[in-house]
Design a protein around this ligand. Structure first.
Ligand code: VGL
Ligand code: ZN
Length: 205
């Protein structure tokens, strides 16, 4: 069966890249790979979503207010901007998450577009059945988004060459990957993509 696919690029923002406020080791390494996935989806006229962690100045998500994290991805700051080398086409659907000052939210299923439409409503509108998920961080937003997607009945392809983790504890990312796969996510890499630049068209309704 051919399922309608979409790409979800998670939180590829300056603060999650080297020199950022919550730097993920080699976080920026995903950028050229994700740009290739973006090109494939754009060529095939399939939806591309890009989320941003988008926090208010005061939130329980931050250490200063009882949470786990240094201050990062404050709305409309350079730290919250996409990595400058990430090439998002103008049709990209932008998602925002983490605006609630009262709680942590890591999943893109708690994200919304600029008009306040939830990610799941948009997926429904486009009749998307399968999500290709990459970005940052493997052990947080990618993990929570993947589990939520699977719980809601979406198929998930995890972009193994397009994810990097925080690893607060060593091995967190490996554990996250193992759990995502156990829950039904399938691993994929760029060279597995049935893409036109490799001589085959991406099959899709
Ligand atoms: C994230 C840590 C803190 C994420 C967000 O999007 O993965 N991680 N805030
Ligand atoms: Zn955050």
């Amino acid at each position: 069966m051919k399922l309608k696919k979409a790409l979800l690029v998670v939180d590829v923002q300056n603060d999650f890249c080297p020199d950022g406020a919550l730097a993920i080791p080699e976080g920026d390494k995903v950028v050229p790979l994700l740009n290739k996935y973006i090109k494939i989806f754009a060529k095939n006229k399939l939806p591309i979503f890009a989320s941003r962690d988008w926090h208010p100045v005061k939130t329980k998500h931050f250490k200063d207010f009882g949470g786990s994290w240094p201050v990062h991805c404050i709305q409309n700051t350079k730290g919250a901007a996409f990595h400058p080398k990430l090439k998002l086409p103008k049709e990209t659907i932008l998602l925002y998450k983490g605006m609630d000052p009262g709680k942590d939210s890591y999943s893109c299923f708690q994200a919304e577009d600029q008009r306040g439409m939830s990610f799941s409503s948009i997926l429904k509108l486009f009749a998307i059945k399968e999500l290709y998920i990459g970005g940052l961080a493997t052990d947080y937003c990618v993990r929570f988004s993947t589990h939520d997607a699977l719980k809601r009945g979406f198929k998930v392809k995890l972009l193994m060459d397009g994810i990097k983790g925080v690893n607060l504890k060593p091995g967190d990312s490996q554990k996250a990957i193992r759990e995502m796969v156990e829950s039904g996510a399938k691993k994929t890499t760029l060279k597995d993509m049935p893409i036109d630049i490799y001589g085959k068209k991406l099959q899709c309704r």
